[in-house]
Design a protein around this ligand. Structure first.
Ligand code: ZN
Length: 230
């Protein structure tokens, strides 16, 4: 992972594709507070969804904004797909193979409960024809267990990822999604967790819990290019 003031980025080659991904910091010049604003931004062309905490995963065949969608997949080379977040977990997934594909997912607790990460893996398996055991995934900055205070009802929703801490309850959104990705077939070692907590790092990231309505959104994206056979 590389770090610049504006973004954290990474790249890797797998099969005939080179995958590139990243997520922005507060210093990124394009500041968007919601999906509708993002739609109007011309400086950073991406396909994305108007996020509504659903489990809908769309497939982009060109530059497009999808209504009521929280995950976007594509097989188009050099087309970025993106998710916006401020505490919710951005998940970027790469599917190598003969027909490479990528997906960007926005997962808050509602989308996690509706298993959007697993649905994105399924979509990529269908598109790429590859086994999820060859996939890679990156978990971006999100509200982490250190700061994610919840009510006891989370124990019923997510028994494996909710813990009692000092008289209250904490939810581990990242580990819940990691488990979902693993159950969908992605090997544990192929899931890279950046580990960042949005509330703990206010100089780097926006946080809904920290800033409420003032919070802008982090942009997380992934794309791939096809490499000549070597
Ligand atoms: Zn924290």
């Amino acid at each position: 992972m590389k770090r610049s003031p504006e973004a954290f980025t990474g790249a890797f080659r797998a099969g005939r594709a080179r995958f590139e991904w990243g997520f922005t910091t507060r210093r990124f010049p394009l500041v968007v507070k919601n999906c509708a604003e993002f739609r109007l931004a011309k400086s950073f062309p991406v396909s994305f969804g108007i996020q509504v905490h659903s489990n809908r995963v769309a497939t982009a065949r060109g530059l497009r904004c999808f209504e009521a969608t929280d995950g976007v997949a594509t097989q188009v080379p050099n087309l970025r797909v993106a998710a916006l977040s401020a505490d919710c977990l951005p998940i970027l997934i790469a599917a190598p193979g003969k027909k490479p594909a990528v997906a960007a997912v926005h997962a808050g607790w509602k989308g996690t409960e509706k298993r959007i990460a697993a649905r994105a893996v399924k979509r990529l398996a269908k598109l790429s024809g590859a086994d999820p055991k060859t996939f890679r995934a990156i978990l971006g900055p999100a509200l982490r267990e250190c700061c994610y205070e919840v009510g006891p009802e989370f124990l019923e929703k997510f028994p494996l990822s909710t813990r009692r801490v000092r008289g209250g309850w904490r939810f581990d959104l990242a580990s819940e999604n990691r488990r979902q990705l693993e159950l969908a077939g992605i090997p544990a070692k192929a899931i890279q967790d950046t580990g960042f907590c949005t509330l703990c790092r206010p100089k780097l990231f926006y946080s809904w819990r920290g800033e409420k309505e003032r919070a802008a959104r982090l942009i997380s994206w992934i794309s791939f290019s096809l490499q000549p056979a070597s």
